[in-house]
Design a protein around this ligand. Structure first.
Ligand SMILES: *Cc1c(COP(=O)(O)O)cnc(C)c1O
Length: 384
């Protein structure tokens, strides 16, 4: 197999046979001429079922995750919805990390629950607790997000795969934060990789999308069935944008990781800052697991503000979010530009009052690929 960057640029992306165009064409078409009834050219019939631009992206993504099949969707949550409805039936349940993305938790606890699918949040670092929570009869999925959003916890993918498989259930890994450049969960035993391609895979904050990647053909068939039958597909232009972004994923992730590490180390020394959550720091509670399953630590950094009490620490966190100038105050992450946000009131507001609630004094940074000295200067003035 060729290297990651070579596959990112070439997998599924032969020059166009009709014209020689080096970049795969954007196929903005809903339907395809048939040569006689049922005489399909290349299997294309209708663009919900298949579109050449989407197919190219799916082929490239499967290659980057070392899977055999990928399916792409209109959003990360559309991908998750398709996955959950494919594998869960009424009476089944999902064991998920106690710090899963708020939107994932909302989908499971408020959309799937009324259809009879249960859920048990657990601390994925406590393997005995995971083992105890997994019920061989009813647990269909162990859902792991690593590193997690926004607490940057890291779960041991290989250990979770062993527990899930011993009970006959699937291990799903949301690989959005790491991207396949830093971590390839299927090679560690995961059954399904989930992505919000809105984040690092898209990388330029200009396209919303999602993906599922598997290495099992039968599961791939079942997921592809619902991708078409429910139809939450991404459009060709959205697929094309992600495909273009994949080509620079490796160089972007190197720079995100270098900038993230510098900023995490700088924050550690700052008197206004309490805990710094970054898996690349030796003092991170899961640093060893992170170092063994990731080839770098990415650009997501969270930190807590000091205060004399809860309210003043929250005030301090809100102030930082409002004072930065280069770091734009906004939801989402993974783009080339740096963003800052307050998870408790923004991305994770839907988890308030639930077991997945996040601390109010937490600030989350999506560290971009700007010059790191400028980013540090911006944080410095915002923290002063
Ligand atoms: C954003 C995000 C999602 C949801 O993806 P959308 O594209 O916003 O639907 C899922 N998981 C993680 C970790 C995310 O950051």
């Amino acid at each position: 197999m060729t290297g990651f960057n070579t596959r990112a640029i070439h997998a599924g992306q032969e020059p166009d046979p009709a014209t020689g165009a080096v970049i795969p064409p954007l196929h903005l078409t809903t339907t395809y001429k048939q040569d006689g009834v049922g005489g399909l050219r290349g299997g294309y019939e209708y663009s919900r079922s298949a579109n050449p631009t989407r197919d190219t992206l799916q082929t490239a993504l499967a290659s980057l995750e070392q899977g055999t099949r990928a399916m792409t969707f209109a959003s990360g949550l559309a991908a998750e919805d398709t996955l959950l409805r494919t594998v869960c039936r009424p009476g089944d349940s999902v064991v998920l990390g106690g710090d899963a993305y708020g939107g994932t938790y909302r989908l499971i606890s408020r959309v799937m629950a009324p259809w009879g699918v249960g859920h048990q949040p657990v601390d994925l670092n406590d393997l005995d607790a995971v083992r105890a929570a997994v019920a061989p009869e009813t647990t269909r999925v162990v859902w792991c997000e690593t590193p997690s959003n926004p607490l940057l916890n890291v779960a041991d993918i290989a250990a979770l795969a062993e527990i899930a498989h011993a009970a006959g259930t699937l291990l799903v890994v949301d690989n959005t934060f790491a991207s396949p450049y830093l971590q390839q969960p299927l090679t560690l035993g995961a059954d399904v990789v989930v992505h919000s391609t809105t984040k690092y895979l898209g990388g330029h904050s200009d396209v919303v999308g999602g993906a599922l990647v598997v290495a099992d053909d039968e599961l791939g068939e079942q997921l592809a069935f619902l991708q078409n039958a429910a139809g939450a597909v991404n459009g060709p232009f959205d697929a094309w944008l992600v495909l273009r972004s994949l080509k620079t994923l490796g160089v972007r992730m190197e720079r995100h990781s270098a900038n993230g590490a510098r900023i995490a180390e700088w924050l550690l020394e700052h008197p206004a800052v309490g805990d710094v959550l970054y898996p690349g720091l030796p003092q991170h509670r899961n640093h060893e697991v992170a170092a063994s399953q990731m080839s770098g630590f990415g650009g997501m950094v969270s930190f807590r503000l000091r205060g004399t009490d809860r309210a003043s620490a929250e005030e301090a966190a809100l102030r930082v979010c409002e004072r930065t100038e280069l770091f734009t105050l906004a939801e989402s992450l993974g783009g080339v530009e740096s963003l800052v946000e307050h998870p408790h009131r923004m991305t994770h507001a839907s988890a308030a009052g639930s077991p997945l609630e996040v601390p109010a004094d937490l600030v989350r940074l999506s560290v971009g690929i700007e010059d790191v000295d400028d980013l540090i200067a911006d944080l410095d003035q915002a923290l002063t």
